[in-house]
Design a protein around this ligand. Structure first.
Ligand code: 9Z3
Length: 339
């Protein structure tokens, strides 16, 4: 059976814009050729209000991206390619940043793990109703074996939301994520060095530009399907040099081949010139990470005892990043004094 071929013919002008000789789209061109998400204005107004509030309070703020992006195969999307990540890293980190006094913008893949809620969702053996009991007087209550922990989680969650220190924003598709990343970093830029960008989302390296995508559901009548994916432009370049140039930027590097992990993380630091890469391996990401800066490299690992005590590695990563952020802020203050 003949594979189905992509039938779309791109207009010559668009093709020229895309073809920079290496088949990689320029980040600016990406935003010209793709349609912004329909809820971008709502995203921007929520974030602006949050930033206004915290600008006055002088709080430190972390912009966390969390979960995986989808890559649609059709403009009217029935099928899509997904990226690995259930959002544990981001959701868990948000709680430790709140503990450290930060306000948190939690930009996550819709329906992935969320801070605080994560303790009671996405559990293969326990559903929401399994935490509840029906009492003799016909009311319902939390089962006493879960009550104490839930009280702690609930009071931290309420403290964060009632003090307006936790903002939930979401994305689904890669282009949705990229539009919001650009717009979000620009809105946050006015808090300058007080912002940390913690880019834990698993972002696809490949995608189909909307001009090349099938409009309707791809039909199966023709047999096998052949797809060609373009390379996603390198968004860290404008993010580091323009959108968020004053903030502390922490990106994550995920690999499955141990030999590639540190060299690829170092390569990212050299290529983009930002401050920190947290390097992790797919299968050991909850036990060990390497925090790499331009001048240092530190392995953070949990011991067997830590694991037995349910210590989460974010409990060690976040204080380390907060120290780096302290240094970033004071070096900026020193620079300002010397001017
Ligand atoms: C990560 O490496 C995250 O730590 C994980 C967390 C996705 C592994 P989970 O959400 O997993 O706890 O299930 N995120 C960054 C992944 C990524 O796409 N990095 C790009 C790369 O490796 C650079 S931005 O090239």
């Amino acid at each position: 059976m003949e594979p189905i071929q992509q039938t779309y013919q791109m207009p010559t002008a668009d093709q020229q814009l895309l073809d920079n000789g290496q088949g990689v789209i320029d980040p600016d061109v990406f935003f010209e050729l793709n349609t912004p998400p329909s809820n971008l204005a709502d995203f921007e107004s929520k974030l602006t209000a949050f930033v206004d509030y915290h600008q006055e309070k002088n709080t430190r703020l972390v912009f966390i991206t969390s979960g995986g992006t989808t890559v649609p195969l059709e403009n009217q999307t029935v099928r899509f390619i997904d990226n690995f990540s259930n959002g544990h890293r981001g959701a868990c980190s948000a709680e430790y940043f709140l503990d450290a006094g930060y306000a948190v913008v939690f930009m996550h893949r819709q329906f992935s793990l969320q801070p605080f809620h994560r303790h009671y969702t996405h559990n293969a053996s326990m559903g929401f109703l399994d935490y509840l009991v029906q009492k003799d007087d016909d009311t319902i209550a939390v089962d006493s074996q879960y009550g104490n922990k839930m009280k702690d989680v609930l009071s931290k969650y309420r403290a964060a939301t009632e003090s307006n220190r936790l903002l939930f924003l979401d994305f689904v598709a890669l282009s949705d994520y990229l539009f919001k990343l650009k717009s979000g970093t620009r809105i946050l830029a006015r808090l300058q060095e007080r912002v940390m960008y913690y880019l834990a989302a698993a972002v696809s390296d490949f995608f189909i530009p909307s001009q090349k995508m099938h409009e309707h559901k791809i039909q199966s009548a023709g047999g096998a399907l052949t797809l060609t994916l373009d390379q996603v432009p390198k968004f860290l370049t404008p993010l580091v040099s323009v959108w968020a140039s004053k903030g502390l930027i922490v990106s994550f590097k995920l690999e499955t081949d141990d030999n590639l992990l540190v060299p690829k993380a170092r390569q990212a630091l050299t290529r983009y010139g930002h401050q920190v890469v947290v390097a992790n391996m797919l299968h050991t990401r909850k036990q060990t990470v390497t925090v790499i800066t331009q001048t240092s490299q530190q392995v953070i690992s949990l011991s067997q005892e830590d694991l037995a005590n349910h210590v989460e590695i974010e409990d060690r990563i976040i204080p380390q990043l907060v120290r780096i952020h302290d240094g970033w802020i004071s070096s900026d203050a020193t620079k300002a004094c010397q001017q």
